[in-house]
Design a protein around this ligand. Structure first.
Ligand SMILES: N[C@@H](CCC(=O)N[C@@H](CS)C(=O)NCC(=O)O)C(=O)O
Length: 122
């Protein structure tokens, strides 16, 4: 289980400071080296599509930052702006590239195009 809310990742970063093994944060690192792309999931509670999208990422062992737009209208506005006007959740970004929602995430996985996107930019 490698997912983290933003609050969690801050806490974990603090916990990990000074230790040799840096704990999993929202951006996956091993001894400071980036080993996976940055993944962001804008979501809300009671959202089956969000649940499915997060399940796939968790199954693949992908660390991601979850942004709850229901609790934070400013972040919803940010999501709409970054996704070109989409209002539905989830909206998913990999290394700041807009991926789409749950259906698009599963389509990428089915066509074997998701893993290359999850590699860290070199
Ligand atoms: N095809 C979209 C469906 C997403 C969707 O319908 N999400 C619902 C919540 S579970 C939603 O945000 N509805 C409100 C809206 O469309 O503005 C996906 O795969 O992500």
């Amino acid at each position: 289980m490698c997912s983290a809310t933003e609050a969690d990742s801050r806490d974990w970063t603090t916990l990990g400071r000074g230790t040799r093994l840096t704990v999993w944060t929202a951006v996956s690192r091993w001894n400071g080296q980036l080993i996976m792309a940055k993944v962001e999931v804008y979501s809300s509670m009671f959202c089956g599509f969000c649940y499915r999208a997060k399940k796939l990422l968790e199954k693949k062992g992908v660390a991601f930052t979850e942004i709850n737009v229901m609790a934070n209208p400013a972040r919803r506005a940010e999501m709409v702006q970054r996704s070109g006007g989409r209002t539905s959740v989830p909206q998913i970004f990999i290394d700041d590239q807009w991926i789409g929602g749950c259906d698009e995430l599963y389509a990428l996985e089915s066509s074997n195009k998701l893993d290359p996107l999850l590699q860290p930019a070199t």
